[in-house]
Design a protein around this ligand. Structure first.
Ligand SMILES: NC(=O)c1ccc[n+]([C@@H]2O[C@H](COP(=O)([O-])OP(=O)(O)OC[C@H]3O[C@@H](n4cnc5c(N)ncnc54)[C@H](O)[C@@H]3O)[C@@H](O)[C@H]2O)c1
Length: 250
């Protein structure tokens, strides 16, 4: 079988896990499409990339974001074979997720739109070219908060990240026969912007509950995702990968 070298697309590539993954995939020789709503962050990552890449400044929630992204990326880097739906938000109120009684309809809708609906739309847009190629890799970034109780996440975040697992299993079931795999990655506490946005006391509580005794690093999550997007992961589909330092063991 010939080795495919498809273009990879990473949403939320401007920071954190998405940035680390884009750099990794680039180092591995993949052309990478970087998607983020933060133009400055995206340009900084593009400047660090070692291979071919293109930048798409887009809010993944916009109704036309997926179609516009596909048009731009296909024109510059060809069809996408690897889709990583990573962009996500974890809104905080006073350093932790708002409780159910404080969650407004607007807060609920926003977190669902970014963390779940955009993932559905991007997948719907990018599956057909993967079907045509008979090969595809989709990784959807969920969260520890979608797997079990959370010390910081609110109801919208937890519901959206749990729904990511169901959506991913649905994608995996429907397109396995087309050579497309779909898996979820569920990170626990990863150092970076989400950590900084969290109340210091809660971060301390978290640290104390992590058996390996530290927060994870964005590049550790990126390395796992890189494996799931590669040639050797074709027998893994519909799975959830916990990466949380032992905080939650399924
Ligand atoms: N960091 C953690 O501890 C942690 C834990 C569990 C899950 N996660 C998940 O991992 C993913 C990445 O998180 P991170 O920590 O790297 O976050 P981050 O905030 O460092 O980076 C996220 C990137 O996504 C972009 N983004 C957000 N909303 C967007 C939108 N509507 N359109 C386009 N771009 C958008 C941001 O601009 C940012 O560049 C998220 O889905 C998050 O929920 C993170």
């Amino acid at each position: 079988m010939s080795t495919p070298s498809p273009t990879a697309l990473v949403t939320g590539a401007g920071n954190g896990i998405g940035r680390a993954l884009a750099l990794r995939l680039g180092r591995a020789g993949r052309p990478v499409a970087l998607v983020d709503r933060d133009a400055a962050a995206l340009a900084a990552v593009a400047a660090e990339m070692s291979g071919p890449c293109c930048q798409v400044v887009a809010d993944v929630c916009a109704a036309d974001a997926a179609a516009r992204t596909r048009e731009t990326v296909e024109a510059q880097l060809g069809p996408v074979g690897i889709l990583v739906n990573n962009a996500g938000i974890a809104p905080k109120l006073n350093g932790k997720g708002a409780g159910l009684l404080q969650t407004t309809d607007a807060m609920w809708d926003e977190v669902m739109a970014v963390n779940l609906r955009a993932m559905f739309r991007f997948t719907r847009e990018f599956v057909p070219p993967m079907q045509a190629r008979g090969w595809g890799r989709i990784v959807n970034v969920s969260s520890l908060g979608g797997r079990t109780r959370s010390l910081i996440a609110g109801p919208g975040y937890m519901a959206s990240k749990a729904a990511v697992l169901g959506l991913t299993r649905s994608i995996a079931s429907e397109f396995a026969a087309d050579g497309i795999t779909a898996n979820s990655v569920a990170p626990g506490r990863i150092g970076g912007r989400l950590e900084e946005a969290t109340d210091a006391r809660i971060n301390q509580q978290y640290l104390a509950a992590i058996p390996v005794g530290r927060f994870g690093q964005a590049d550790e999550v990126a390395a796992l995702i890189e494996y799931l997007t590669g040639e050797h992961s074709g027998f893994i589909t519909g799975a959830v990968f916990d990466i949380n330092g032992g905080f939650f063991m399924a």
